[in-house]
Design a protein around this ligand. Structure first.
Ligand SMILES: Cc1cc2nc3c(=O)[nH]c(=O)nc-3n(C[C@H](O)[C@H](O)[C@H](O)COP(=O)(O)O)c2cc1C
Length: 510
């Protein structure tokens, strides 16, 4: 590793919070008061050099200078606590903080006339009072702490060269080259090849990543950032957790029929028949869904079956509930809203499903609003007729973000997947027509359902209806594909699910 490069503007420094203390016989390197390293046998010069690397300003010249190899040996041990400072005048203009501990940083060579531009995945934002440049492709966070560096970052949006920026910023070209070299070395800036083209534009893998998808992927998992992660309960004592069961919106209430476990158990197909015979059905029968079956479906998929107040002594400092499908942290952030087009025994309208009381609350009776929601779902499903029911799944986001940092929204989407499969299986077992959808209009949903977008908005959509007779259904698409691994299980199990068919257990010849 190259240490303090005294010919340039670049200095190695300790990251914020590091202190170096000369104890009897050893050196204590602490971060935020916790010992990170204990170093024995360091010379007085090395101790002085390390002390000079703490604090916000890089020491212009560590004095007295230790032999390079001695200092390097120590710095290699503490590499995960080091960052690069680029000093302009008496200011640290650019700080490159490590997001991935232990990864070295090598500035790139940037020619004075080489075209440079901001990487497509880089973004500017405010963090701890500084303008910072970050990217899911970069193991560094660049703190832009002086005007020339902030102006340089802005100019990089359009593409430029070190020479052009040296003129614009009134800086020596070598200084701009050094700044750009650090940003390019940290993958925050692209440099053009000899022919003027950029390698990133030719990279078929990168081209297929949307900016927000790669950022979301990198930030909702560990490994590429240093932000708080997981169940850290950041708001305990300052913000009250949201209730386990959503309070009822205002509106007329419709009681829902409740199924009996004995009746369900007597008529249910086997798990294998449901799992293997399941498929998406996008068209609905001439006879509509009815209130009994809608009530049974909602009860079996999504009702609340137990509640508890917070139990801090058991590691659950927030109220929780239990429902048939699993959910991260038993937080049950998801809610169901039904845009009812055609259900016997129920007026068309937009309803909230009260999972605690197993009843519907009419939240919007406007036909245009309902049709707008259903219209988008019809397009998503490939241009179908209006479904019996469109189920809009919303998330009460703060249920998860009260507990989790970094992964709260990712957990919501996972919860949606779990709920989708639960709805698929229950609907299939009941002989109904299920189909998940991959997209919807969260703004429209928030407006028509009367929700605050930031507190609760839609994260999923699901079509439900009465299932057409088998002869009215097109065969499952995959039946014309190359069969592998017992592909015949599907048609055999689907036949078993048909009400009129003689029950054939999977495993017996069809
Ligand atoms: C998360 C998810 C999103 C989906 N989005 C749509 C969609 O937008 N439109 C649609 O017609 N089907 C959608 N589907 C259904 C899939 O197309 C279907 O599950 C897949 O083709 C496999 O067919 P099968 O369900 O009949 O076995 C979605 C399914 C899932 C799980």
């Amino acid at each position: 590793m190259k240490t303090a490069t005294r010919r340039t503007l670049t200095r190695l420094a300790f990251v914020a919070g590091v202190r170096v203390r000369d104890r009897e016989g050893h050196l204590d390197v602490t971060r935020d008061g916790r010992t990170q390293f204990r170093i024995r046998g360091a010379s007085r010069e090395v101790v002085a050099a390390l002390e000079g690397m703490t604090g916000s300003l890089a020491a212009p010249e560590p004095v007295p200078s230790p032999p390079e190899e001695q200092l390097e040996a120590v710095l290699n041990r503490v590499i995960r606590l080091l960052e690069h400072h680029i000093v302009l005048g008496d200011t640290v203009a650019l700080r490159l903080e490590p997001l991935v501990p232990g990864l070295g940083h090598s500035p790139a060579d940037v020619g004075a006339d080489t075209p440079v531009r901001l990487n497509r995945f880089a973004f500017l934002r405010v963090h701890e009072g500084d303008l910072v440049l970050e990217s899911p492709l970069s193991p560094r966070r660049a703190r832009l702490q002086a005007d020339p560096v902030r102006e340089l970052a802005a100019a990089l949006g359009a593409g430029t060269t070190a020479r052009e920026q040296a003129l614009a910023l009134d800086l020596p070209v070598t200084v701009v080259q050094e700044l750009l070299g650090h940003l390019a070395g940290a993958s925050l800036v692209d440099t053009a090849d000899e022919d003027g083209s950029f390698a990133a534009d030719r990279d078929d893998v990168l081209r297929q990543w949307d900016f927000h998808d790669l950022l979301f992927h990198s930030r909702s998992r560990m490994g590429r950032h240093d932000y708080p992660f997981g169940g850290v309960f950041p708001y305990t004592g300052t913000i009250e957790p949201r209730p386990a069961v959503r309070p009822l919106p205002a509106g007329p209430v419709v009681a829902l029929p409740r199924p009996r476990l004995e009746d369900i158990a007597a008529k249910d197909p086997s798990l294998t028949a449901v799992l293997e015979g399941r498929r998406s059905v996008r068209t609905h029968a001439r006879t509509p869904l009815d209130l009994d079956r809608l009530g049974e479906f909602l009860y079996r998929c999504a009702r609340v079956r137990a509640v508890t107040a917070a139990r801090p002594e058991e590691g659950m400092p927030y109220p929780a509930s239990s429902r048939p499908y699993p959910t991260g942290g038993a937080s049950y952030d998801l809610e169901l809203y039904l845009s009812v087009h055609r259900v016997a025994g129920l007026e068309p309208g937009m309803y909230f499903y009260d999972a605690g009381g197993h009843r519907l609350v009419l939240v919007n009776a406007d036909e245009d609003d309902r049709n707008a929601m259903i219209g988008i779902a019809r397009v998503s499903a490939g241009g179908i007729d209006a479904p019996d029911v469109l189920i809009t799944v919303t998330s009460r986001f703060q249920r998860l973000s009260w507990k989790y940092r970094s992964l709260a929204y990712a957990a919501t989407l996972k919860n949606v997947g779990v709920l989708y499969q639960t709805m698929y299986l229950v609907a299939t077992g009941m002989g109904l027509a299920p189909c998940a959808l991959g997209g919807g209009d969260s703004d429209l949903a928030a407006r028509t359902l009367g929700l605050d977008y930031l507190q609760e908005s839609s994260v999923g959509e699901f079509l439900l209806g009465s299932r057409p007779a088998p002869e009215e259904l097109p065969p499952a698409g995959h039946l014309s594909w190359t069969p592998v691994n017992d592909a015949d299980w599907h048609p055999r199990c689907e036949r078993e699910l048909q009400p009129a068919a003689a029950p054939a257990r999977p495993g017996t010849p069809a």
